[in-house]
Design a protein around this ligand. Structure first.
Ligand code: SF4
Length: 198
């Protein structure tokens, strides 16, 4: 039996996991399995005769884990450039603030996650938002030549974006005045503002 790609191992507070990018499977592993997975090299033959490893070797065989070499599938720079030219960028998401007046348990800014930011009073300035919009519009105006029905979508996200309602109003005004050519073709995405005159 052989594997062709290098498995990715990661740890949470109480458990060890392995991720296989080619099948998108994540599964728990123990320390013995971790040692095995860490030391096995792509294209190296291994057997399934160690009883401590039968669970992991069965899984590799049954699910066909670590068999696809994704490296050859990574798009080259020209392909990415062409894709961007033809498709533009689907959605611009402006994270206006990390502040919020709620404390939902599942919130990405809560202390329940290790690798995300915490609540803060940071707010995006209008100038930064304007530069992001100019960048987004500029790229999509090129893409519109390939797809005249292309829609523009700008989302306001946080934290609680309505804490920045003045910036939102300024952004909407800016798009209306400076980018009138996209005004009929835009979705402004902020559910809290439904029913208001954006
Ligand atoms: S940002 Fe959203 S999820 Fe987080 S506390 Fe506020 S309302 Fe809840």
């Amino acid at each position: 039996m052989k594997i062709k790609t290098k498995p990715l191992i990661f740890k949470t507070l109480n458990s060890l996991y392995c991720y296989d990018d080619s099948t998108k499977n994540v599964f728990p592993i123990n320390e013995i399995e971790k040692d095995f997975i860490e030391h096995i090299q792509p294209n190296q033959e291994f057997t399934a005769d160690n009883p401590n490893l039968s669970a992991i070797t069965n899984k590799i065989e049954r699910l066909g884990l670590f068999q696809k070499n994704l490296i050859s599938e990574i798009p080259i720079e020209d392909e990415l450039r062409n894709y961007k030219l033809k498709n533009g960028i689907t959605h611009l998401c402006l994270i206006l603030t990390e502040a919020c007046d709620f404390r939902c348990k599942y919130c990405i800014y809560s202390d329940n996650y290790f690798y995300t930011n915490s609540y803060s009073s940071k707010k995006m300035s209008f100038d930064v938002a304007k530069r992001a919009i100019d960048f987004y519009v500029n790229i999509n105006m090129k893409a519109i030549r390939y797809n005249p029905n292309k829609r523009f979508t700008i989302g306001f996200y946080g934290g609680e974006p309505t804490l920045c309602h003045l910036t939102i109003m300024k952004i909407v005004e800016y798009i209306k005045v400076e980018c009138p050519f996209i005004w009929d073709n835009i979705t402004l995405d902020l559910s809290q503002y439904l029913g208001h005159d954006l």
